[in-house]
Design a protein around this ligand. Structure first.
Ligand code: PLP
Length: 418
């Protein structure tokens, strides 16, 4: 019964240091968030001890009566939140959810059509050295070279030529909404299944601030830890007639025992995501991203070659385009890091710089909205970022503006005493 600090002071210290880092910097990685205390409690619970291979009511282990309660709550809440027929809440991660969906819907050698990784897609949508690119024939679609948006006429033309078994709509770096009805109509026309990966924007969907893909897609996957602010994990939603195929692709197809502590934390996250407070937070998330995009398209930055892909955003992130700037993505990421702002560099479509350098930044607002930031704070954050991207920026002065903000919005107050 010894506490972690006594059993393993090295790990305890690293956790404490990480808490300090999260508290003292501005977390703007678009795929990150701060899970609430209730989620952390469920995830750190005794459910980690339990084996529960199988599904509620049909387990391969005894003693599953309480974990069945938890998994049923998670499934029911996910279905209600997104209007789905069936939910599988066992995927350990977004990548595992996606791999299971591909295994359920395709045979090796079948064609998968997804957004190119270089244009904002995810590596599980067909990257060469990912299992998706190794097992399936990939016909990637791209954004339009002028608008940097997905052009549905081009997607249709390509689908008619490639005749994919599955079309995946979803992204990791794209700042506009997708036309799910158009994707479904193309899938129907070519006899493909439509899979939507809403990992990034699921929280916005839950809040009713983004079109819901579930009524259009045969299968929808998501992570639970991005805009949804739950535990690090995945979920699959599907139409009733795919339930058996999806469930058996997850277990025993891809995974062994589910992480029941994570499943419990998912149930909690889905409950919170149905609340008014959550919807209001997603509203601030989008508003913050739009404030940021507006600031970064202003003339004082255009002068230095800094702009924003598509000229704005409808979602929780902004994609900074540095192709015409002296600064590359790596240098910009490092400068912001020195100022106390954490972002990630990101390749832009047709990026002239190499992948480790890139010509872009992906900047997201979910974690700061969770921390309590509203329009006023996001205006200040946007200005700090804008100033940092100009030549000769006074980084020390910007760091002190960041400290003022972090001081005003304490993160996990009292966590040490929980
Ligand atoms: N799908 C999309 C669109 C993503 O952006 C991500 C993560 O970045 C994933 C899937 C994979 O999620 P995970 O990192 O949990 O495997």
């Amino acid at each position: 019964n010894q506490p972690l600090s006594e059993v393993d002071p090295d790990v305890a210290q690293a956790i404490e240091d990480e808490l300090g880092r999260q508290r003292s910097t501005l977390e703007m990685i678009a795929s990150e968030n701060f899970a609430p205390r209730a989620v952390l409690e469920a995830q750190g619970s005794v459910l980690t001890n339990k084996y529960a291979e199988g599904y509620p009511g049909r387990r391969y282990y005894g003693g599953c009566e309480y974990v069945d309660v938890v998994e049923n709550l998670a499934r029911d809440r996910a279905c209600k939140l997104f209007g789905a027929d069936h939910a599988n809440v066992q995927p350990h991660s977004g990548a595992q959810a996606n791999t299971a969906v591909m295994a359920a819907l395709m045979q090796p050698g079948d064609t998968l059509m997804g957004l190119s990784l270089a244009h904002g897609g995810h590596l599980t949508h067909g990257m060469k050295i990912n299992v998706s690119g190794k097992l399936y024939n990939i016909a990637a679609y791209e954004v339009d070279p002028e608008s940097h948006r997905i052009d549905m006429d081009q997607v249709r033309e390509q689908a008619l030529a490639a005749r994919p078994a599955v079309i995946v709509a979803g992204w990791s770096a794209y700042s506009r909404q997708l036309d799910f009805a158009a994707f479904r109509s193309i899938a129907d026309e070519v006899g493909a299944k439509l899979w939507v990966d809403m990992a990034h924007f699921a929280g916005l969907v839950a809040a009713g601030l983004h079109p819901n893909p579930v009524p259009h897609a045969h299968v929808t996957t998501s992570t639970v830890h991005k805009t949804l602010a739950g535990p690090r994990s995945g979920v699959i939603l599907c139409e009733a007639d795919l339930k058996k195929k999806i469930d058996s692709a997850v277990f025993p197809g891809q995974q062994g025992g589910p992480l029941m502590h994570a499943v419990a934390a998912k149930a909690v996250a889905f409950k919170i995501a149905a609340s008014q407070e959550f919807a209001e937070r997603q509203q601030r998330t989008i508003e913050g991203a739009q404030i940021l995009a507006d600031r970064l398209v202003s003339p004082d930055l255009a002068e230095h070659g800094v702009s924003v892909l598509t000229g704005g955003t409808d979602v929780h992130l902004t994609l900074v385009d540095l192709r015409d700037s002296e600064l590359d993505g790596k240098q910009a990421e490092d400068l912001l890091h020195q100022a106390g702002i954490t972002v990630n560099r990101n390749a832009v479509p047709w990026d002239p710089r190499p992948p480790m350098t890139t010509s872009g930044l992906r900047i997201g607002t979910p974690a700061l909205a969770t921390r309590g930031f509203g329009a006023q704070e996001f205006t200040e954050v946007a200005d700090i970022i804008a100033e940092a991207l100009k030549p000769g920026a006074d980084i020390a002065a910007l760091r002190s503006r960041v400290e003022t903000l972090t001081g005003q919005f304490p993160l996990y107050p009292g966590l040490e005493e929980w």
